[in-house]
Design a protein around this ligand. Structure first.
Ligand SMILES: NC(=O)c1ccc[n+]([C@@H]2O[C@H](COP(=O)([O-])OP(=O)(O)OC[C@H]3O[C@@H](n4cnc5c(N)ncnc54)[C@H](OP(=O)(O)O)[C@@H]3O)[C@@H](O)[C@H]2O)c1
Length: 364
């Protein structure tokens, strides 16, 4: 008896998920959907740097749907609502790192389509990850359990994307290395989409904590590089965008109550006029009491490791938050399940092969 899981997309996050699914005694990898022709026909274990596991990666969506898996771990770099609705309507749950972090703030038609697909398939859908995900959803909600009053919640993310190997996401999706006028929500469907998923996190916190937000705003300040930089063989040219400082803010009657801020750079030129926090995430709940946590993911705080290893830590965290949600998602009622709806997600077998208590019911 185990959860039959399909890994959909095998990029940086996808291979971390495959390793976890293969290792977990309560999960079985039953399928792998890829986009690249050169990965099709390759064993999914091999794609994840493991021994062959007998699951051959496919480009064919129908082949995946015919597997009747309990859950698809949906990690593509461009997400499709149509595709997710199809998976849900076929009776398979979907956990995704790409979008749907707070589907209740989607346009009404999209939400209706998503909910109809869940009802048709008796399935549920959940978007999660690191940020968007745990640090902008699960953790602030968990910390708020210690609050009598909350005046403001802020999450500041500092990241140097120079180390993120998913260069398609960095240069094509996020448009680093382009002229500033190309790096706006108006100029790019993806930047608009990306801004939307962080606004969803603001909306999620606002609704879950009863903030009564009446407006959610987004803005970006861009900085350009002074010199050329080589990023995994791609040149980020002098004069092109090398820094994006985004703010997504939830307001009530003009007062900012919730803010997510990013201090993102590529190439290592850090703007002197930006705040200079530690790498990682600083989460602050101002109120009674005021609470602050700084978080950094590394592959070890004890073992000396090369930088390239530490860089994987964020991908591991993103993928694990999704994989570890699968048991709770499979047990949840059909429909949209946000981080505020599901029980606290735990590392199912983080310490080894001893099942966590209380045991969640595993479907047959
Ligand atoms: N929530 C979070 O905290 C968080 C953090 C990081 C990333 N993410 C998201 O997680 C997802 C995966 O990120 P990643 O770092 O694994 O990216 P990645 O390493 O760049 O991998 C991209 C994946 O997208 C697939 N792909 C290729 N062409 C595609 C197309 N036309 N449409 C859709 N997908 C296509 C690739 O397929 P193959 O399998 O054939 O290579 C690959 O699996 C992205 O949506 C990313 O934004 C979320």
């Amino acid at each position: 008896m185990s959860y039959r899981v399909v890994q959909w997309a095998t990029g940086n996050q996808g291979v971390e998920a495959i390793r976890a699914i293969l290792d977990r005694p309560d999960m079985k990898l039953v399928g792998a959907k890829v986009y690249s022709a050169d990965k099709a026909g390759v064993d999914a274990g091999v794609l994840a740097g493991r021994e062959p596991c007998g699951v051959v990666a496919t480009l064919d969506v129908d082949e995946i749907l015919a597997l009747s898996a309990h859950c698809v771990a949906y990690f593509p770099r461009l997400a499709s609502l149509d595709e997710v609705c199809r998976i849900l309507a076929s009776g398979t749950n979907v956990v995704t790192t790409a979008f749907l972090f707070h589907p209740r703030s989607l346009p009404a038609d999209d939400l209706a389509r998503l909910e109809a697909a869940c009802i048709r398939g008796g399935s549920s859908v959940h978007g999660t990850g690191l940020n968007p995900g745990n640090l902008s959803g699960v953790l602030p909600l968990a910390l708020s359990g210690m609050s009598r009053t909350i005046e403001k919640i802020t999450l500041q993310e500092r990241a140097d994307w120079s180390f993120y190997e998913s260069t398609h996401i960095t240069f094509e999706n996020m448009r680093f290395g382009r002229a500033p006028e190309e790096v706006t929500e108006a100029a790019s469907d993806f930047l608009r989409f990306n801004s939307g998923i962080f606004q969803e996190m603001v909306a999620l916190l606002g609704r879950a904590l009863g903030a009564g937000l009446d407006e959610i705003t987004s803005s970006v300040e861009l900085v350009t590089a002074e010199t050329d930089h080589d990023i995994f063989g791609i040149t980020l040219g002098a004069g092109t965008v090398s820094g994006q400082r985004w703010h997504w803010r939830g307001l009530r009657a003009g007062n900012m109550l919730i803010e997510i801020e990013t201090l993102w750079t590529v190439g290592g030129e850090y703007p002197t006029h930006w705040p200079a926090p530690l790498d990682g995430w600083t989460l602050t709940l101002e109120g009674e009491p005021s609470i602050q946590a700084h978080l950094l993911t590394l592959m070890s705080y004890e073992r000396p490791l090369p930088l390239a290893e530490h860089v994987r830590a964020a991908s591991v965290a993103t993928a694990m938050q999704a994989v570890n949600t699968i048991p709770a998602l499979c047990a949840a009622p059909a429909g949209v399940q946000t981080m505020a709806d599901l029980p606290l997600v735990r590392a199912g077998f983080g310490f080894g092969n001893v099942a966590p208590e209380p045991l969640l019911q595993i479907p047959g």
